[in-house]
Design a protein around this ligand. Structure first.
Ligand SMILES: *Cc1c(COP(=O)(O)O)cnc(C)c1O
Length: 361
């Protein structure tokens, strides 16, 4: 049985003037469209009540399990407006499939890939005027699922809610792409063997906030986490995967395991091969970064994810030193070429040879 989201239009949507005002400077995740998708699951009924409804706060029982035990997962993808006015999204099945894997790890019910796609399609269709058309603007889509059963016992919830909300977003870098500075977390790790590192769950983000505060105290924008076992291997940032460009034209990235398998990371693996770069997925010691950037064996470092696409990494800072890869931020850098290739694809300015783009409207 396929789950089909019915659409119930908002009788009182945002007026065109207010919407234009918001879209002129949307920032990130601050304003939301006029609708949201939702569905409810119980073991007896499976997924039911699938609908796109007017955007509104959700009533929640104070004992809802998610508030106590963080049984929650989410996704992040974008809708892009192409020059002819049509609206597209990028590899949504990859997000839908990852949502299924995250659900398994958090003992949540699996949402069929077709239902995930239907919810995104219907929401974007009804809120299509919220998809901006400016340079590197988009409509950010946030599917999520949480334990809504009011019960304080510790076991998988027998009432689960799935939702999608949407938020217009401006270019991640308003004043042009700027390198981010990274604090190398000494005390905290993000994910251990057998933990939830490979699942996209809110709990991972909650655990990254104290190290983020520490990073800010050291004048840095983001945190780099090392492996939990030995504190030796580079894993990723709080919400972005990492790539290294070597002097001999190789693109190196940490292998999968405890890191989150980014859709951007995986797309870059494919694009970079086509650009003639040799790819390596392998463990990377933190010393290889520190000494490589110093000696010039590592030319560039960048981070990637749906939000910022590709971001050059500038300084790596730790208690008794810092280092910056020599070719950071240059226009001809691999970082900026990979970035442009991906952005052109997403915004319909380059041929999509992979069938990655899906038309929504
Ligand atoms: C979402 C996320 C990423 C990036 O994934 P994309 O699919 O490329 O957006 C990287 N690391 C973490 C921890 C994440 O949660």
């Amino acid at each position: 049985m396929t789950l089909n989201f019915s659409v119930h239009p908002n009788p009182d949507p945002t007026g065109p003037e207010r919407r234009a005002e918001i879209m002129a400077d949307p920032e990130f995740g601050k304003y939301f469209t006029d609708h949201m998708a939702r569905a409810v699951w119980t073991p007896e009924t499976g997924w039911t009540e699938a609908a796109v409804v007017p955007f509104a706060p959700i009533p929640m029982h104070p004992a809802a399990a998610v508030l106590h035990y963080a049984q929650e997962i989410f996704e992040g993808l974008k809708a892009y407006r192409h020059p002819d006015g049509s609206v597209w999204t990028f590899r949504p099945e990859a997000n839908a499939e990852r949502f299924v894997r995250s659900a398994r790890r958090l003992a949540l019910p699996e949402l069929p890939v077709s239902a995930f796609l239907d919810s995104v399609r219907k929401l974007v269709a009804v809120d299509q005027e919220w998809v901006p058309g400016g340079g590197e603007q988009s409509l950010y889509l946030r599917p999520f699922m949480f334990a809504s059963e009011p019960f304080l016992g510790v076991r998988p919830s027998v009432e689960v809610t799935y939702m999608v909300i949407a938020s217009p977003v401006g270019p991640y870098f308003s004043g042009g792409v700027k390198p981010v500075s990274i604090w190398l977390s000494q005390e905290y790790t993000r994910a251990g063997r057998g933990g939830t590192g490979a699942a996209k769950c809110g709990g991972n983000y909650a655990a990254s906030l104290a190290p983020m505060v520490e990073a800010a105290e050291h004048g840095c924008d983001q945190v780099c986490f090392l492996d939990a076992q030995e504190g030796r291997y580079v894993e990723e940032l709080g919400g972005m995967n990492l790539y290294f460009v070597t002097r001999d034209g190789r693109l190196v990235t940490p292998e999968l395991g405890t890191i989150l398998e980014g859709v951007t990371r995986s797309s870059i693996l494919t694009l970079a091969k086509e650009m003639g770069l040799e790819i390596e997925e392998r463990p990377i010691e933190i010393g290889e970064w520190q000494e490589g950037a110093r000696s010039g064996r590592i030319r560039e470092v960048f981070a990637c994810g749906t939000g910022a696409v590709v971001t050059p990494v500038g300084r790596l800072v730790w208690p008794d030193g810092e280092v910056t890869a020599p070719d950071t931020g240059s226009e001809e850098s691999v970082t900026m070429r990979v970035r442009q290739r991906l952005v052109d694809l997403q915004y319909g300015l380059a041929e999509d040879g992979h069938g990655w783009m899906q038309r929504l409207v």
